[in-house]
Design a protein around this ligand. Structure first.
Ligand code: ZEM
Length: 290
């Protein structure tokens, strides 16, 4: 009616521009808080989005990014999630500024923003996740254990519904960030540019000579030349296993192919188990600093 009053109460129905505003806020905070780790919260934001999603079990439909149950114990205390409080705390002021977004959608938007702002491919996004309470926490053990080998990787990722090619494409995320002795116990970055997404992870896997690191920590590899890079046992499994290695070689040779496949598979990861509205469309956000 004419004076703007409406018979039905107005509910705020956020649209693309509203989510772009949240994206912009995350991007500007990434730029601003550049004294963390290697100069960016980007990698740990990607890890938060991955661990929120990677609990999915296709048989029972439990887990996945719909719920943000890592806010609660026991999930927040699972060994795999050590250190992710840094990412959750980073996003807390964003949630305060845009209280209408669910934690579940915000954590995934954080991952999308971090990947794009770290010069990765476009990651199409759609909202629709609802927060759930502690009762929806997943049991421990759903995320991969870095000390294991290819059988374990297949068990874990097949449970989410991924195939061998997708396992290798997802693993390229290890171009980003590092291991922390006070989190996983492992130590060091995988690449020389841990705040920029490239296919360097695959190139280094193939091109460097890797040897066991001699130390008191958990078993990990170091590059023979500089001893400043690392690989986990699960990373090395990707070149030790013939089927995985085929894809490592493809992605090492072709960054464009890696970007295309990485974008597709991370969208799939981020949407596992999410009950999107039937007509929901995906959006691509404009980058801010990239
Ligand atoms: Zn990771 N990851 N990951 N990963 N990961 C670490 C760090 C990061 C495994 C794993 O155990 C570890 C995927 C797959 C797998 C990232 C993204 C993705 C760390 C170090 C470990 C131990 C944690 C620490 O100490 O802070 C294993 C076994 C995987 C099986 C294949 C997938 C898939 C990812 C995203 C798509 C990222 C970005 C980091 C860096 C985090 C940071 O804080 O720098």
């Amino acid at each position: 009616n004419q004076d703007g009053a409406s018979a039905t109460p107005k509910v705020f129905a956020p649209k693309f521009d509203d989510y772009q505003a949240v994206y912009n806020e995350i991007a500007s905070r990434l730029e601003e808080k550049d004294d963390y780790d290697d100069g960016s919260y980007g990698p740990v934001l990607v890890r938060l989005a991955w661990h929120a999603s990677g609990t999915y079990d296709k048989e029972t439909g439990t887990g996945g990014s719909n719920g943000a149950t890592m806010r609660f114990a026991p999930e927040s205390d699972h060994g795999a999630n050590a250190g992710l409080k840094a990412a959750r705390d980073f996003l807390e002021p964003v949630k305060a500024k845009f209280p209408w977004i669910t934690y579940s959608d915000l954590w995934i938007l954080g991952g999308v923003c971090a990947i794009q702002e770290m010069l990765g491919p476009q990651i199409p996004y759609r909202p629709g996740r609802n927060d759930r309470d502690a009762a929806a926490c997943t049991p421990d053990g759903r995320l991969p254990d870095a000390s294991q080998a290819q059988d374990h990787l297949r068990n874990i990722f097949y449970r989410m519904g991924f195939n061998d090619q997708e396992i290798v494409a997802l693993s390229g995320a290890h171009a980003l960030g590092r291991c922390h002795t006070d989190r996983s116990g492992f130590d060091g970055p995988w690449t020389f540019s841990p705040t920029v997404l490239t296919n360097d992870y695959y190139k280094l896997l193939l091109d460097e000579k890797w040897q066991w690191k001699k130390w008191n920590g958990p078993k990990q590899y170091e590059d023979k030349k500089t001893k400043s890079l690392m690989m986990l046992p699960t990373d090395m499994a990707l070149i030790q296993d013939k089927k995985f290695n085929q894809w490592v070689e493809k992605y090492a040779a072709d960054n464009e192919l890696f970007f295309k496949d990485f974008s597709n598979v991370i969208v799939k990861l981020f949407e596992l188990g999410v009950p999107f509205a039937e007509n929901s469309e995906r959006w691509v956000f404009k980058t801010v600093n990239a």
